[in-house]
Design a protein around this ligand. Structure first.
Ligand code: OGA
Ligand code: ZN
Length: 376
């Protein structure tokens, strides 16, 4: 049956036009209306239980009408009645992605950020949901925060990280100890300078959020150096748009090889989000494999790559500070480039304990704590 139904709802071949309270008329496809009928979702699991693949014919309404705050559609074959809230129709009337509360605007920061860095006590993030939400929020906007008053225990790190997601292992294990190792498998496990980098780009999905819990730091040297890769990359885009494009488009090989592992993956130096904004960077000279791109392409790539690497070292961007025992620095490993200056291994003790969680779970934690979702 095609034609006009009640209350100005116009039935068409594949969908219907419905007048909305904001004065507009919007078109909705019949499959969409049937698939997203509230009865299609199980209230307990909150998952869709309607099987759109099981429809033997395209869904067609026998009738459709606006009844108070609902669009009521009676379906021809099954006789099922869908009551779809007009609020849901309003939300999907115009094309565009569902708004995401975790899409907080990223704020670029510079060398003077240490004094402004978001700080939360271990006690607060553990027991106060508002502090935990603000911490997750700071991770989304600034990509870095400091947790103070950490207990001097191994469990302190994983307990803290567990607040923003499940701890995810890497090929170094569930956690790792940054101190001078007798047989180091990583530059970090020596007392040498550790140039600005992001961690583990040889993983298919490099870890998202990194935690470094400082258990001891009484050595001479060893200051931390942190840079907001997003601030550098956005400035780089303005300074040299062609070089920027090369860093966005070119896959770079990374490796990490020892007796029991041989990790390899390709990553792009600059990562963009779906809106074209910089959402991250990947840099690690010590884990960069021998470039295997066509040599002719390197004529343009190397200068662009080096210009970006040099820009990252501009004092304008480098936040230098000392990480103290009892602090845990938490940062977005896809955005914040970090390292440390060399230290004297015999001058005292330096020990950081680290682990990772992922970016997706950080966003999930923020959404839950911000109290927004389809089932709230
Ligand atoms: C690392 C690292 C920083 C430091 O282990 O990946 O960056 O201060 N360590 O030792
Ligand atoms: Zn690192």
């Amino acid at each position: 049956m095609l034609g006009r139904s009640d209350e100005g709802v116009l039935l068409k071949e594949n969908g219907l036009d419905v007048p909305l309270p904001d004065g507009s008329t919007a078109y909705f496809n019949y499959y969409w209306l049937r698939d997203n009928c509230p009865a299609s979702f199980d209230p307990e699991t909150r998952e869709r239980v309607f099987d759109v693949f099981g429809l033997l014919e395209a869904p067609k309404p026998a009738a459709a009408a606006l009844v108070s705050d609902y669009l009521e559609v009676t379906w021809q074959a099954s006789g099922h009645v869908s009551r779809i809230p007009v609020a849901q129709l309003l939300q999907y009337a115009r094309p565009g992605q569902r708004p995401d509360p975790a899409n907080l605007p990223r704020q670029a920061w510079f060398s003077d950020h240490y004094a402004h860095m978001a700080r939360f006590s271990h006690e607060a993030v553990l027991h106060d949901e508002t502090a935990r939400r603000d911490w997750a929020g700071a991770m989304l906007t600034d990509g870095v925060a400091l947790i103070t008053g950490m207990p001097d225990t191994d469990a302190g790190l994983t307990e803290t990280a567990g607040l923003l997601g499940y701890v995810r292992p890497s090929y170094f294990g569930v956690t790792f100890e940054v101190k001078t190792h007798i047989k180091p498998t990583n530059l970090a496990f020596t007392s040498k300078a550790l140039p600005l980098h992001t961690d583990l780009p040889s993983e298919e999905f490099a870890p998202g959020i990194q935690y470094l819990h400082c258990r001891a730091n009484s050595v001479e040297g060893g200051d931390s150096i942190f840079v907001d890769g997003l601030a550098v990359a956005e400035d780089f885009r303005k300074a040299d748009p062609e070089a920027f494009q090369l860093l966005v488009e070119t896959d770079v090989p990374y490796y990490c090889e020892h007796d029991t592992f041989d990790m390899r993956a390709r990553q792009r130096v600059i990562e963009l989000d779906e809106y074209g904004n910089v959402s991250g960077v990947t840099i690690s000279q010590h884990h960069e494999d021998i470039f295997d791109m066509p040599q002719e392409d390197l004529d343009a790539y190397y200068p662009a790559f080096c210009r970006f690497g040099q820009m990252m070292r501009d004092p304008k961007y480098v936040m230098r500070f000392r990480l103290n025992a009892g602090e845990c620095i938490v940062f977005d490993n896809h955005r914040i480039v970090h390292g440390r200056v060399a230290y004297s291994a015999t001058s005292g003790e330096r020990h950081l304990r680290g682990c990772y969680t992922d970016r997706g779970e950080l966003r999930s934690v923020y959404r839950v704590l911000a109290g927004e979702g389809r089932f709230k």
